[in-house]
Design a protein around this ligand. Sequence first.
Ligand SMILES: Nc1ncnc2c1ncn2[C@@H]1O[C@H](COP(=O)(O)OS(=O)(=O)O)[C@@H](OP(=O)(O)O)[C@H]1O
Length: 296
Amino acid sequence: MASIGAQQANDEDKLGVSLRRENAWADTYHLYLFENFWCPSIHFQAVNNFQKEFQAKESDVVVASFPKLGTIWLKALTFVIVNHQSFSSLEDHLLLTSNPHELVPFFEFIIGGNYIHNQNLHLSTMTEPRVFGTHTPFPSLPKSIKESNCKIVYICRNPFDNFVSAWNYFNKIKPVIVSELTLEEAFEMYCNGIMDYGPWWSDMLGYWEENMVRPNKVLFLKYDDLKGDINQHVKIIAKFLDCPFSEEEESNEMIESIIKLCSFEKMKDLEVNKSGMYKGSIEKKNFFRKERLEIG
Ligand SMILES: Nc1ncnc2c1ncn2[C@@H]1O[C@H](COP(=O)(O)OS(=O)(=O)O)[C@@H](OP(=O)(O)O)[C@H]1O
């Protein structure tokens, strides 16, 4: 009898058999050109199920991004901001004991990449507003997300930093049997748009265009703007998500506490982010790369 893993790989191959494919960055899976984006074969089944099955609630919040654009930072900020009224103290916040990818699950691999089989189990235990993450481009999101009033917060980053971050990351998390991708090889793939969920430019454009048409539906943020004035952006995100800070909260320095809690330096040093694995295969420390200088 075939193992569940082998069966899943088989199903993926059946689903993607007619699609153009390319190798992934320094890994054994491949990328299918599906609905104009490069869908990782290991997420292909889940993305298809997510598109067909997911029913958004009006109160849902979706943190959308292309990989290595600042996803984990925006997930942390969004999770803390939407829940800020129910937390009396940021000293014992869930973010201190859980990685943001665990608190804000990705649609593409909710519980081991098997979206459909586990959705009831998982989604029913989430408190509202539910906050999800996604790398899926806007045009390929489920109809219920696009048509409901749920909100999408998107983050983009300049391509140079995105590329360097991705090249370092994929080489760090690669399986031992695969060789490292050289800078030149990775650069060529990046420039051709071949990377998980790429091309990066159409991902950014898809959310940008939707933000132009429906600014109340999609908030378009830039990593470097957040770095430049995080205080202002925390307020912008809270207002967009209909949970602005009261005057009392502002005078109690709640915004400053949130910024500190979600800062690179704080998150990188938490035990929960320094050790342990995400999805059983990625060392969580790899989501936080280098020392940063404080701005301001
Ligand atoms: N709190 C906080 N503040 C600012 N920047 C942060 C933070 N946490 C992670 N990072 C940096 O974000 C980069 C990783 O991007 P993603 O989170 O999008 O990666 S992933 O797609 O979820 O794997 C990666 O950037 P680089 O350092 O340039 O590689 C991380 O270091």
